[in-house]
Each structure stands twice: as structure tokens, then as C-alpha cells.
Design a protein. Structure first.
Length: 587
């Protein structure tokens, strides 16, 4: 490596005050943090009063809505049972849902979700401010907020559960280079027992903000030993408790390792591809509702990017770094400024973190989801992916500056980020539409079900049901909803359950003697076979935009199944349950 001098300026990394300590909370930092908070509110929570419960929310969020303090205290048992090996991942959403309900209801719970996102964005920004320029920190934090690979930001179960794992990771990363390093491992452990994938990113945290020399090698070895020790202890506890995923991984260890290695290549490629795909999808499906968001973001993005790029100190960095590499006998060199060399090193760190984010994706293999709930597989990639994108943008802006094209490049980046904001806002609109669909569906369904009894099974044919892209209107949780809408008699052995099924739903039904058995899909229970109660089955389907009930009988596998007939005086007189005001109450 050779050095020489020129007269290029660089941004402050970070600015220092007279005491020699880094000065982070200057006017740029405060304005950046305020803008990030406002951006999160607009693209994810502007319609928070029109958002509801979806999919996994009916298992993790809805039950605490009807709790009292003794119920919450009783739920502390998750720290002894470790469901899915994630005691914090189960407890935190229940705790915040319980507190939000007591403080104001579902809208307050969404405000808690907003606060989690705002805190995470602020923490990520401060991490980058400590190790990079203001430009990289600001673009990186914007990318972290708008990260397009994960479309579940609005999803309560994820914002209150999975994203808190990111919170613990970010705190661990901030504490690691300080005298509080032992405490950083405690937060790393908290991340691991909340949601596993962010913990793998913690392995690469020592690469941030320090020279890559022999001392770093020794530090990485110590860090690896502690990191691995924590991982092994948690895995042993999960195995001891018989946690299913650990048992499954142990039984097919070779396949698990192959899937993990493959995921670390597939996942980064998919997440980086989604930076282009998401914008293309938005442009092809543009609606008038997206235009105000795009327009409102464009000028602030452009102004803040230009203002941030011009924020330089009076100090000039005149050092030049020559980067030499030799591949397959061919030697190449690249001459860059010292700040650009730091950016390239940070870029490599981001790539390592991006790959590590998918190391535990063997449970969702391959990690190729483009939209929907399963894009949570990309959650941890937001850390490394945002660093990679911001470093590439910074290098691109430097190149544009050298050709006197910096302003057009900044405007182009502002346009892109505004388009990405519109994409995220379209996800919020989709969640809002899904909640409207749910309320309409359950209002119509309940109107056709005044005669529910013990063991009633309701099948709803899924043809012509309204659908949404980023979250399901109808999901695996449907069978658990009726007994949260109403309080059925306690002596009923099997509360009524509603299943949305496809046109081929009878193919899972077989004749056993003079009875019909069907394969009940898993919900809060394991999938199992069950006898269909003759005369206690209801069939609903869409006709002319409304759910209607069919009567008579069906012939399945040569056996007649009588559908439940409607008594003349049937009327639903059950007490209202926890979900009644949300799904059936007036808006």
C-alpha cells in the first residue's frame, strides 16, 4: 500500500469537539433523526387507526387484548418452557399488546410498533455515524427504514416481536467497542432468544470501525469463541426442552448445513435484487394514492442529501491509498482517497453481515420470498444490506462529483428513495385493505351462522374471496377466530371452527366405515385426522359479492354428508368475546 497527497476534502468521521470526544448530536444528526422518525410514520403508520390483526397476530396479539394482570404474570412461564426457543420473542409481543390494550387499544399497540421501528432506525444511524461519514450514515439509515426485502414492517407480530431482536442486536453493536463490551454479549443473547437470525450478524460486529490488522484477528477469535459459546448453550437448552426445530436440525445435520451455506449465497442475491424489483413493481402498479407520498418525499430527500454532502469540516484529508490485489496471477491496483478506502472496507463488512443474516434460514429454505409474511426471512439482512447500499451510493456520488455530476446523481438518488417510500406506503395500504376485507368477511360469515353448536365445522369456499398481496385476508388463523369473537359455553368440548378451503377441499376427506374423516390443517394445534360431524357441517361460498349458505347434503367418497339445517328460531345469543369489537363492532 502506497500513500501520496492531493487536495480532496472528505466528510468528518465523525466530527470531534474540543474535548476530543466524538460529537454526534450536531444539527445534522438531530435533523436526520427527526426526518427518519417522520418517514417511518408516513410510509408505515399514517393509517394506523385503520390497521388491524393479521395471520400470526391472532395467536400472539389478540389473546392479550382480553387479559388482566394475573394473566400476564401467569404467562411468565414462557421463560421456563421456551416455546420455539424464543422466550423473549413470545413474551415481548404479549407484554406490549397487553400494555397497549390497557392504554388505548389496538391503535396504541400500533404506536408501540412505530416506536420500535423509530428506535431501531435511530440506533442504526448512530452506529454508522461512529464508523463512517454523514452521507453513508444518512443513506444507510434511510435504506434501513425502507429496506424492500422485508414487507412485514406493519405486521404487529413482527414489529413487536421480530424487530425487537434487531433492537437488541443494534444495542449490542453500540456497546461492543465500549467499556461495556460484556453487556453487549448480554444483548446479543437477548437477540438470540427473541429471533435467531440477527444474532448471526453480531458475529461480524468487530469488523466495524477499526483497522483490519493482526489485533483484529486476535479480537475476532476471542469474539468467535464467546459468540459460539452462547449459541451452543442456547442450542443445548432448546434440545433439552425438546424444541422441534433443534430436533429436526439434529436429525438431518448434513442437509441443515448445506441449506445454511446455500442460503448465505441465495439470500443476499435475492435481497439485493429486491432493491430493483420493488421499484419496478411500484411503477407498474402505480396508483394515485402513491403520488402524494412520492411528491412529499422527493424534495426533503434531495435537500437533505445535498445538505449532508456539503457538510464538511475545515480539515482536508490529502492522503491517497493505493489498493493492490492479486487474483489468479493477475495484479491490479486501485487508487482511492483514504475515506473511499474506509468506505470499501465498510462495504466488505456489510457484505459479510448480509451473508451471515441468512445463516439460519434452513427453516425457510430457500430464502427467495418476494412479498408476504415469509419475507421475515430477510429481516436480519436489513443491517448488512443497508450498509452495502449506502456504501455503493457514497462511492457513486464521489464518482459523480469527480465528473461534476454530483447534483444530478443526488436528484436521481432522491427519486429512487422516493419511489421506495411509495412502495412501502403501498404495503401499508394493502394492510389497510386486508383489514377491511377481514371485517367484511367475518360480518357476513357470522350473519350466516346463528345456529352454531358444540363441534360445528364451517367450510368457506375460497373462490371470489377478496385477496391482498402483502398480507393474507384469510389464513391459517381463521379456525381460531370464532371462539375469540364469542364466549361459547364452557361445557362445549370443541368450539366452532371456520376453515377457508379450495375447490378441491373434499380430496382430504376419506370414508372410514360409515363416517367421513378429513385432514384438519394445523393452527394452534397439530394437523390431524378428524371425523366430520354429520348434520353439524356448514358450507359457505361467495355469490354476487356476498357470503351465502348452502343447504342439503354432499356426497363424498360415496358417503352422504348432511349439511346443518337452520332452525326457525336460531339467534346468536353468546356473550361477546375479545375480538368482537374489532371484527364486528362499528368502526
Amino acid at each position: 500500500m502506497e500513500t501520496s497527497h492531493n487536495h480532496l476534502s472528505r466528510e468528518e468521521i465523525p466530527q470531534r469537539n474540543v474535548s476530543g470526544r466524538p460529537k454526534f448530536f450536531d444539527r445534522h444528526t438531530l435533523l436526520h433523526l427527526a426526518f427518519l422518525a417522520a418517514l417511518i410514520w408516513v410510509v408505515y403508520y399514517l393509517h394506523f387507526r385503520s390497521l388491524g390483526l393479521y395471520e400470526d397476530d391472532y395467536a400472539y396479539i389478540s389473546f392479550p387484548l382480553g387479559w388482566h394482570l394475573p394473566d400476564l404474570i401467569h404467562y411468565l412461564q414462557v421463560f421456563t418452557t421456551w416455546p420455539q426457543g424464543r422466550p423473549l420473542g413470545f413474551f415481548i409481543p404479549h407484554l406490549l399488546a397487553f400494555a397497549g390494550q390497557k392504554l388505548g387499544g389496538l391503535s396504541t399497540i400500533y404506536i408501540f410498533g412505530y416506536l420500535v421501528h423509530a428506535i431501531n432506525a435511530g440506533l442504526f444511524y448512530l452506529i454508522l455515524r461512529k464508523v463512517s461519514t454523514k452521507t453513508i450514515a444518512f443513506i444507510g439509515a434511510l435504506t434501513f427504514v425502507l429496506f424492500p426485502a422485508d414487507t412485514t414492517h406493519v405486521f404487529l407480530m413482527h414489529s413487536l416481536g421480530l424487530h425487537t431482536a434487531l433492537t437488541f442486536l443494534l444495542i449490542a453493536a453500540i456497546l461492543y467497542p465500549t467499556k461495556w463490551k460484556p453487556l453487549s454479549y448480554l444483548f446479543g443473547l437477548a437477540s438470540l432468544v427473541t429471533y435467531e437470525s440477527p444474532y448471526l450478524v453480531f458475529l461480524a460486529v468487530p469488523l466495524l470501525g477499526r483497522s483490519w490488522d493482526r489485533r483484529l484477528v486476535r479480537e475476532m477469535l476471542r469474539h468467535l469463541a464467546i459468540w459460539m459459546g452462547i449459541l451452543i448453550v442456547v442450542a443445548l437448552i432448546r434440545a433439552r426442552l425438546g424444541e422441534g426445530r433443534i430436533i429436526a436440525a439434529e436429525s438431518s445435520l448434513g442437509t441443515t448445513l448445506l441449506h445454511s451455506l446455500a442460503a448465505m449465497g441465495i439470500g443476499p442475491a435475492v435481497s439485493l435484487y429486491l432493491f430493483a424489483y420493488s421499484l419496478g413493481w411500484t411503477l407498474l402498479h402505480w396508483t394515485l394514492q402513491l403520488t402524494p407520498v412520492f411528491a412529499a418525499c422527493l424534495l426533503p430527500f434531495a435537500f437533505l442529501l445535498i445538505w449532508t454532502r456539503r457538510a464538511v469540516t475545515g480539515m482536508k484529508d490529502t492522503s491517497i491509498v493505493r489498493l493492490n490485489c492479486k487474483i489468479f496471477g493477475l495484479e491490479r491496483s486501485l487508487t482511492v482517497t483514504a475515506p473511499q478506502a474506509e468506505t470499501l472496507r465498510l462495504l466488505l463488512t456489510g457484505l459479510v453481515m448480509l451473508a451471515l443474516a441468512y445463516g439460519l434460514s434452513f427453516t425457510h429454505f430457500p430464502p427467495t420470498a418476494l412479498y408476504g409474511r415469509v419475507t421475515s426471512v430477510h429481516l436480519a439482512a436489513a443491517f448488512g444490506g443497508s450498509i452495502v447500499f449506502s456504501c455503493l451510493c457514497s462511492l457513486g456520488l464521489d464518482l459523480a462529483h469527480s465528473h461534476r455530476l454530483e447534483w444530478p446523481a443526488v436528484i436521481l438518488l432522491a427519486v429512487y428513495l422516493s419511489g421506495l417510500s411509495a412502495y412501502c406506503f403501498s404495503i401499508q395500504l394493502d394492510f389497510r385493505q386486508a383489514w377491511q376485507n377481514e371485517r367484511s368477511f367475518w360480518s357476513q360469515a357470522v350473519a350466516e351462522l346463528p345456529d352454531l353448536t358444540d363441534g360445528t365445522i364451517i367450510f368457506v369456499l375460497n373462490h371470489d374471496l377478496p385477496t391482498t398481496r402483502y398480507i393474507l385476508t384469510n389464513s391459517w388463523a381463521d379456525p381460531t377466530i370464532l371462539y375469540q369473537v364469542y364466549k361459547f359455553p364452557v361445557d362445549w368440548q370443541t368450539p366452532p371452527r371456520l376453515f377457508v378451503v379450495g375447490a378441491d377441499w373434499t380430496q382430504t376427506i376419506v370414508r372410514v366405515g360409515d363416517q367421513l374423516e378429513w385432514q384438519v390443517p394445523g393452527a394452534t394445534w397439530q394437523s390431524h385426522r378428524e371425523v366430520l360431524p354429520d348434520g353439524n357441517v356448514i358450507l359457505l361460498e361467495m355469490q354476487n359479492g356476498r357470503l351465502v349458505r348452502r343447504y342439503g347434503s354432499l356426497t363424498i367418497d360415496g358417503q352422504e354428508l348432511r349439511l346443518k339445517s337452520l332452525p326457525a328460531n336460531a339467534s346468536p345469543d353468546w356473550p361477546k368475546g375479545t375480538l368482537y369489537p374489532y371484527l364486528l363492532g362499528e368502526k
